[in-house]
Design a protein around this ligand. Structure first.
Ligand code: DHB
Length: 368
């Protein structure tokens, strides 16, 4: 029910099932943001309503509807996978409710509703960054292996086109099912082709299985390099992947090892509040999404409806634990640095250590 002294955020995330780590990271980050910044903004008490959609779009849609109709939420946020974000987008449009995408990363999501604002990243950003780095570093002939849905198809396409432009070539494109994938037959095929490198996109939580099977098959010893977007060497799993992960190069917007004072504070506070759990890029998407919501509420002095909040989200510029970022006022998509990183052991733990950067990268998917 409506309560004029409250400001309700409906956080729809996967808390169970294959994508549960995404929800766990985002919820922890949202709660950390609230603990650090208080739960009252512009005279309104912020209420976070967390709902588990199991990353199933039918459930997402039902939850979004219920939250809008029954709870009268002011903003909806979260969205662990692309199909979930796309399922909620029409409800955001109909109800004029801003929808803050904290995780999902297919380029086209921001075009599904004028009420979508994104604080995660896009696969074209990460994939183009890798396709610029690889051919300058002896990697010309590549096989791609992606999860067979929105972000994987973006990764495959943008990596392939850019690599070709840069004088390299994708010789085979493999797609694995999103649900319970078995990577073995695909990796065997890659072994037979023997490219310079295998480029991988799998969603957060699936990287460790790819790494394990890649190493078990001795692909590294056969001279095949493993590269990918940073979803592969996810900070949520990386430290448990073992020394076989050392040297793997990925491109992404966030590493828990990012050497800024703000990030060091963020990681320390996050680990302290969560029994040592290391924040990953999902946590940062959630933390920054809360920032965007808080500042929109502040800017509208607690008086604005959906339209006004949306307007106050567009164009926000701020420092994130990932580095500088802003919300492009035209596209409502995130603009931020893309880092090249290599897995190294630091202070006894495995981290993605940044060694190069492409600054202020817009989503390449928006210019086509
Ligand atoms: C998506 C999900 C992920 O876990 C990820 O790492 C990247 C993209 C998605 O469904 O959009």
């Amino acid at each position: 029910a409506q309560d004029n002294n409250k400001f309700k955020i409906g956080l729809i995330i996967p808390m169970t099932g294959q994508q549960a780590s995404t929800g766990r990271q985002i919820e922890a980050a949202a709660r950390l943001y609230m603990a650090q910044n208080g739960d009252t903004v512009a005279g309104k008490k912020i209420e976070l309503i967390v709902k588990d959609d199991v990353a199933t779009p039918d459930v997402t849609k039902r939850l979004a509807q219920e939250l809008v109709v029954n709870e009268k939420i002011n903003v909806m946020a979260g969205f662990g996978v692309t199909p979930a974000a796309l399922a909620a987008a029409p409800i955001a449009t109909q109800s004029k409710t801003p929808l803050v995408v904290m995780a999902a990363a297919t380029s086209s999501i921001t075009e599904a509703s004028p009420y979508v604002v994104r604080t995660s990243f896009t696969l074209p950003q990460a994939s183009v960054a890798m396709a610029d780095w690889a051919p300058k570093n002896g990697i010309k002939k590549v096989v791609t292996l992606v999860s067979d849905y929105g972000p994987g198809i973006d990764a495959e396409r943008y990596f392939k086109d850019r690599l070709l432009f840069n004088g390299g070539q994708v010789v085979e494109s493999l797609r694995v099912p999103l649900r319970s994938p078995d990577f073995a037959p695909f990796l065997q095929k890659v072994r037979d082709i023997k490219p310079d490198a295998l480029f991988v996109f799998v969603p957060s939580g699936a990287g460790a299985a790819v790494m394990k099977q890649f190493l078990e098959r001795g692909m590294d010893k056969a001279g095949i390099k493993l590269i990918g977007t940073g979803d592969l060497t996810d900070d949520d799993q990386l430290n448990d992947m073992g020394d076989g992960a050392l040297g793997v190069v990925t491109s992404h917007h966030y590493s828990a090892f990012h050497p800024s004072p703000m990030n060091k504070k963020f990681v320390e506070a996050f680990e302290k509040a969560n029994k040592g759990m290391r924040p990953n890029f999902m946590a940062v998407g959630g933390y920054d999404g809360m920032r965007v919501i808080y500042e929109a509420l502040r800017a509208t002095k607690g008086q604005g409806g959906g339209e006004a909040l949306l307007a106050a989200m567009k164009g926000q510029i701020f420092e994130s634990p990932r580095g500088p970022m802003f919300i492009d006022a035209q596209t409502r998509d995130v603009v931020h640095n893309m880092y090249l990183r290599k897995v190294e052991r630091k202070n006894g733990q495995l981290y993605n250590v940044e060694f190069d950067v492409i600054k202020d990268m817009k989503d390449p998917g928006k210019s086509k």
